[in-house]
Design a binder for this molecule. Structure first.
Ligand code: ADP
Length: 227
């Protein structure tokens, strides 16, 4: 399993202000699987993503990501997991002052094993893979919403992460561009054997999933197999 969460409990606050958010989550995701997570607003989906990505610390239960236990882990382990995880957000979060190509290159700067020209080449390849070979030198404001989200998909995958965590990536897009963007994400993830956990309220994209899980009131309520 790439993601193996067992009996995870998580609360915000302390003392009389404690607010339990996750109340015993069990979730196991295999390598290369694409899992969509739905559920009402406030049910803990984003909180769960941040724990799995090593951005938030849990102290109860078990969260084994890529073979590393994140519960009560040290900073080094969390950094290791963060480096192997790519994020896609609701808003594309691109830097306005950089072109599409520069935005993708920037994330590759952490990859010390690549030379500058290898980074450029990799970024160009990724932008071509999301259908933006003719938009590489455009600034974000000159791109449509769907194109910007495709740049953020290229950026998230450029470092060849083992896991992609996506938080409502189609929420700011119209139906067609949202569907196109996640379809591209799915194809690339399958080619690169990347595991995806994607939070969404968008029932129109459920068809890209290998599996859909629903979070409700801090529990994984239902697991639905896709045909
Ligand atoms: P979802 O992504 O399913 O909408 P969240 O994980 O964002 O749910 O939030 C779950 C619950 O935790 C909500 O009640 C929310 O108000 C609360 N919460 C989220 N982030 C924080 C925070 N940083 N501090 C305190 N409470 C928070």
């Amino acid at each position: 399993m790439v993601i193996d969460v067992h009996n995870l409990n998580f609360s915000f606050g302390s003392g009389s202000l404690t607010q339990p958010v996750l109340k015993g989550i069990d979730l196991a995701i295999r390598k290369g699987e694409i899992v969509l997570m739905t559920g009402p607003s406030g049910s803990g989906k984003t909180t769960l993503l941040t724990i799995i990505g090593g951005l938030r610390q849990a102290s109860n239960g078990s969260v084994v990501i890529l073979g590393e236990q994140l519960v009560n882990s040290n900073e080094q382990t969390k950094v290791k997991i963060r480096r192997q995880t790519g994020y896609i957000f609701q808003q594309h979060n691109l830097l306005k002052s950089l072109t599409a190509l520069q935005n993708v290159c920037m994330t590759l700067e952490l990859q010390r094993d690549l030379t500058e020209s290898e980074r450029q080449y990799r970024a160009q390849q990724m932008l071509a893979a999301v259908g933006l070979e003719d938009r590489m030198h455009y600034f974000p404001e000159a791109l449509s919403g769907g194109q910007r989200q495709r740049v953020s998909i290229a950026r998230a995958l450029a470092g060849r992460p083992k896991i992609i965590l996506a938080d409502e990536p189609t929420a700011s897009l119209d139906r067609q561009s949202g569907h196109d963007a996640v379809e591209i994400l799915k194809q690339l993830a399958k080619e690169l054997n990347t595991t995806i956990l994607l939070v969404t309220h968008d029932y129109r994209i459920l068809d890209i999933a290998d599996r859909v899980v629903e979070l409700e009131d801090g529990f994984v309520k239902a697991v639905e197999k896709q045909e």
